[in-house]
Design a binder for this molecule. Sequence first.
Ligand SMILES: CC(C)(COP(=O)(O)OP(=O)(O)OC[C@H]1O[C@@H](n2cnc3c(N)ncnc32)[C@H](O)[C@@H]1OP(=O)(O)O)[C@@H](O)C(=O)NCCC(=O)NCCS
Length: 206
Amino acid sequence: MPYFLRELSRVDLARLTKWRNERDLVNQLNTAFRYVGQETDLDWFNEYVANRFNNIRLAICETESEKFIGVVYLLEIDWINRNAEHAIWIGDKSFQGRGAGEFATRSVLHHAFTDLNLHRIHLTVLATNERALKLYRKVGFVEEGRLRQAVYKEGHYVDLIRMGMLEEEYVRPALKTGDIVYRGPVPPEQPKPKARRFMSSSARTV
Ligand SMILES: CC(C)(COP(=O)(O)OP(=O)(O)OC[C@H]1O[C@@H](n2cnc3c(N)ncnc32)[C@H](O)[C@@H]1OP(=O)(O)O)[C@@H](O)C(=O)NCCC(=O)NCCS
């Protein structure tokens, strides 16, 4: 594997702070650009450590060099409804478009559904972020809605797309490809309704 994931660490903060101050990178995220200093990020990291039961913050690294190139998160894990929010960014631009985003997204979904017993992963993405939309559709996220003019970016309002993936939508294809060897019961596939040319009079209710 050319990449691996590990938990984010204090030693990553300097690079992370640098990425957070890169306007072109932040402009692709559903978050406002703010100037961020090292103390702010240290507080942010300490808060994560204190709340890590409900949040997973992982570093994406290149295997050969062990270089830290991006982050992938599962946030605000809801242990009752068994869902969490997915977020990702490849901060090192020289690694964008080289498979790291797909690897990290698939890996974190695997973690969510097969280690943490989550049922649903959701995310939001700017309607203008074609690259991320393509990645999410490729790995199987389904569009669930559009929040019109929900985010203010560079002087304009931009639509926000909501996407989600259910446990069964990850598990069924993964069982077929062998990415998952065994898993507990998967809900049965819903039979497709038979196409009916005419409605019989007995089936009519009004
Ligand atoms: C969006 C992002 C996570 C994608 O990760 P990546 O490592 O660059 O993408 P990958 O190389 O893994 O490519 C996976 C898929 O993404 C899509 N993709 C990647 N680069 C693309 C590009 N330049 N244009 C269009 N689609 C692209 C493709 O569907 C690609 O699959 P394919 O190569 O089979 O066509 C990454 O580019 C990134 O962090 N961008 C900046 C921050 C961001 O937008 N985060 C997401 C916020 S919701």
